[in-house]
Write a protein that binds this ligand. Structure first.
Ligand code: GDP
Ligand code: ZN
Length: 305
């Protein structure tokens, strides 16, 4: 039987077959060892083959090829990656300018990671009800990511601004929702699918780092078709498979200009006649994006590169 993995907690897998039937499954021993570079061999969003047991539970006996996946830094084993979810149609990064303020390098790391694993990405700018005095910051934010080619959805779960439009985007797709703790992921999912009634953090706890309402990814069917994947509050994204020299491939607006650089092996850091540096000067590449490119390029802490 073919099924879709919707929840993974430890060694317990919840698999949906025939669109609605949930089956509790375990993993066949052999599968556990196959993907040694990742800490988790089967993830939310995976399509699997299961064998049904007489007691109604199942055994996952095979894993279908993934079209893509998204990875975060593994918490304790730096050489291993932790896959958050697989087979994603669009990964939405929820960002806020206030409470909490999302860091631009965090955003760009997410986008690079999505590009590298061929996951289409978009940005949800949440808590827009709080930005009355920040009109300039909001339009700069939009400018940065529009130039880079990413869709931006401005919403508020409090005023419902932008929610209907977002719902339309999510329809019939597999959507991943990621972001720092406290940006409103659970609130957004509840707004899209009220019956889920996910736990929302008390605003007073949002500032205490380390408070997470979600500790694992979980996939929820949308009542009008499609799925939403809730992910844990994330601190960083892994670049395990990305080589330094290839980093510019994953900044779409930077990559577009690189054919015009003088040197074929230009790293776009300090070479003469670099079309990327010209692009920053003439404004087709936003300087914040370029700054983050340099910062990631020279980051000695990304040891795994
Ligand atoms: P998560 O950690 O990303 O799942 O965030 P939560 O959904 O738990 O929300 C964190 C806090 O932000 C809660 O106190 C929410 O009430 C608040 N919040 C969520 N969306 C909005 C919004 O659009 N505007 C404002 N002002 N607060 C919001
Ligand atoms: Zn260059």
């Amino acid at each position: 039987m073919k099924g879709l993995v919707v929840k993974v907690v430890g060694n317990q897998y919840t698999v949906i077959v025939d669109k609605t039937k949930q089956i509790d499954c375990v993993l066949k021993g052999k599968l556990r060892l196959q993907e040694s570079k990742s800490t988790n061999p089967v993830v939310v969003g995976d399509w699997v083959e299961i064998t049904l047991m007489p007691d109604g539970s199942g055994i996952i006996v095979d894993l279908y090829d993934r079209k893509n996946y998204i990875v975060r830094k593994s918490v304790n084993l730096s050489k291993q990656k932790h896959i958050l979810a697989a087979n994603i149609d669009c990964a939405y990064l929820v960002v806020t300018l206030l409470f909490p303020e999302t860091n631009f390098e965090f955003i760009d790391r997410f986008l690079v990671s999505a590009e590298a694993y061929r996951v289409p990405a978009a940005i949800i700018l949440n808590k827009c009800d709080l930005y009355k005095e920040l009109a300039e910051q909001v339009s700069e934010f939009e400018e940065i990511y529009q130039k880079a080619g990413y869709p931006i959805f401005k919403i508020s779960t409090i005023t419902s601004e932008g929610i209907e439009n977002l719902k339309k985007q999510l329809h019939n797709k597999v959507n991943l929702i990621a972001g720092n703790s406290g940006v409103g992921k659970s609130s957004i999912i509840n707004k899209i699918e009220p019956s889920l009634n996910l736990k929302v953090q008390d605003i007073s706890l949002v500032h205490f780092k380390g408070k997470h309402t979600t500790t694992f990814s979980q996939m929820f069917p949308l009542s009008n078709g499609g799925y939403i994947i809730d992910t844990p509050g994330i601190k960083g994204f892994s670049f395990i498979d990305i080589k330094k020299e290839e980093l510019f491939h994953y900044f779409p607006e930077i990559f577009k200009l690189t054919a015009q650089c003088k040197y074929y092996n230009c790293t776009h850091t300090n070479e003469p006649n670099c079309a990327v540096k010209d692009g920053v000067v003439n404004g087709s590449i936003h300087e914040i994006r370029y700054r983050n490119y340099l910062s990631m390029f020279f980051d000695e802490n990304d040891k795994h590169r």
